[in-house]
Design a protein around this ligand. Structure first.
Ligand SMILES: Cc1cc2nc3c(=O)[nH]c(=O)nc-3n(C[C@H](O)[C@H](O)[C@H](O)COP(=O)(O)OP(=O)(O)OC[C@H]3O[C@@H](n4cnc5c(N)ncnc54)[C@H](O)[C@@H]3O)c2cc1C
Length: 489
């Protein structure tokens, strides 16, 4: 349910300054805490370049959208090490997994929630839960000769009403209140309302589309294999603009028409050029791929969905992905075929279905058997007796397995939204709007999204830290304006 967080009068400000934070998620809480706590007395102590910039650069690569713009804030303002230190200082002990992801030692997200709630209370942040915001408008503050904001809030059914001097009865009557604020931090995540207010206040919204989702696939080669995972696979998206192999929907069996690279070779030159031009390295991802009841998932597949989010949306989540299940041992179909051909003499008497020669690939036995069967190779057939056509079909299934995508995971199963407030509209150092002074944005509402592994929370911490500190500094700089005196002549 919606939540408004108001970091009431900023304690450290010289003048009466009010910040209204709309959205009580990760970014909203963090921004409110940092703004209310006030600007840091000392500039951040910087560790020399090599220690910080390179990790920041690597981390920035985890953002399909916003990587270039986020690099500065990540390296110069608030990166993953700062976030870890922030939580540790507040009593959250963290552990780092082998893949670099950090978790609280309690393995419970409640630890992080409790920490944020306690830090917010300590900083004097007031929260009004279940209070959806219904309107956000600019207003002039004649007493301070500045512009501010008016926010109409519907009283929550269960949340405590916000007690604050800047509240007034709602302009249109009825239940609720109008909150007057000098600064607003919009941190409404992927809420449609947040995008609407940002747009009404003159900002461009990159169309929001889902990111980080699973692929729904119908293909007999992976049917009944839910739960099977290949640790080192490669999955690539066949861009919708490129010619999709004609037989993408059908499993390859020996003697079937050539597909994939072979089909591309057979395509007219004009189509070939188009396919080549569309090849985007980010649409090829390597890592664990998991077969599910409805298709494929796992880190590499989710990463592909993130980098291919717009391609996939344009194509109505239909098309094809090509999986190399044996990537750890063979980089291509040709390499796999060469290895299989050697088996005809090297292990002639071994059964194909029970012996995969690409040991480094560690393909689970059930998957290997399915790939062999669907290449038209019988259960007891030996390597020595396999025809060229059968080996070619097996190489295709193993290293260039084109699977027909018929959709994406169910709506709301995706983890994050691609799109949001266009970054050109924002000063990335302060996350302030370039056109509406005092209005800041943080978290998922902005056009930054990351892959799995903590990148999205990191973006929320980094952007809200920048916003919170900028608001704190601006509030501190505001001087109280002398009251106008009426002079009677
Ligand atoms: C199932 C799932 C698992 C995830 N796991 C991870 C993970 O492991 N690591 C990672 O980095 N990221 C993860 N993410 C993504 C991450 O949770 C988000 O990127 C992050 O929470 C964004 O924070 P935010 O504050 O910008 O938005 P949100 O957390 O979505 O918060 C937005 C807030 O705004 C409020 N709001 C909306 N409209 C209004 C309104 N009209 N008035 C007032 N309030 C309003 C909402 O109620 C909400 O409280 C996951 C996401 C999901 C869905």
């Amino acid at each position: 349910m919606a939540l408004v967080v108001a970091a009431g009068r900023l304690q450290h400000a010289r003048a009466l300054s009010t910040l209204a934070v709309v959205g009580g998620g990760a970014a909203g809480y963090f921004g409110a805490i940092e703004a209310a706590a006030g600007p840091a007395p000392l500039r951040k102590v910087k560790i020399s370049g090599g220690g910080r910039c390179n990790p920041a650069r690597e981390i920035a690569q985890g953002y399909p959208r916003g990587s270039r713009q986020l690099l500065g804030p990540l390296s110069a303002a608030f990166g993953p090490r700062d976030a870890a230190a922030w939580f540790r200082e507040r009593g959250v002990n963290l552990k780092t997994e082998a893949d670099g992801r950090m978790f609280p030692v309690t393995d419970s997200s409640q630890t992080v929630i409790d920490c944020l709630a306690a830090a917010a209370r300590a900083a004097g942040v007031r929260c009004a839960s279940t209070s959806p915001l219904i309107a956000l408008a600019r207003e002039s503050h004649p007493e301070s000769a500045t512009m501010g904001f008016e926010i109409d809030v519907v009283s929550g059914s269960s949340g405590a009403p916000l007690q604050h001097a800047a509240l007034a009865p709602p302009r249109g009557g009825g239940s609720g209140y109008t909150l007057s604020a000098d600064f607003v931090l919009l941190a409404t995540g992927s809420s449609r309302e947040g995008y609407k207010w940002a747009e009404q206040l003159g900002h461009t919204i990159s169309p929001p589309v889902p990111s980080l989702f699973t692929f729904t696939i119908r293909d007999p080669r992976i049917e009944g294999l839910a739960g099977v995972a290949v640790q080192d696979a490669e999955i690539s998206l066949v861009p919708i603009e490129a010619p999709v192999p004609a037989a993408a929907a059908a499993p390859v069996t020996a003697g079937a028409a050539p597909e994939g690279a072979a089909a591309a070779a057979a395509a007219p030159p004009q189509q070939k050029r188009k396919a080549k031009a569309k090849r985007d390295p980010s649409l090829v991802q390597r890592g664990p791929v998991l077969i599910t009841h409805s298709g494929v998932s796992g880190p590499a597949a989710l990463k592909l969905s993130a980098f291919g989010a717009r391609h996939l949306q344009r194509g109505g989540y239909k098309g094809a992905v090509v999986v190399n299940w044996v990537r750890g041992a063979a980089a291509s179909e040709a390499e796999a075929l060469a290895a299989f051909q050697k088996m005809r003499t090297a292990s002639a008497r071994r059964e194909v279905a029970t012996y995969c020669p690409l040991e480094q690939a560690s393909v689970p036995k059930r998957l290997w058997k399915a790939l062999v069967q669907h290449a038209g190779i019988g259960d007891n057939e030996q390597w020595g007796g396999c025809s060229n056509a059968k080996l070619a079909a097996l190489a295709r299934n193993a290293a260039a397995c084109d699977l027909s995508v018929v959709g994406k995971g169910a709506f709301k199963d995706e983890f994050v939204t691609c799109g949001g407030v266009a970054l050109e509209n924002l000063d990335m150092k302060t996350m302030e709007s370039r056109t509406v002074p005092g209005l800041h944005f943080a978290g998922e509402i902005v056009d930054v999204d990351g892959i799995t592994g903590g990148y999205n929370f990191q973006s929320a911490w980094t952007t809200s830290w920048c916003a919170g500190h900028a608001i704190g500094s601006s509030a501190q700089q505001r001087q109280p304006q002398p009251q106008a005196q009426a002079v009677d002549t």
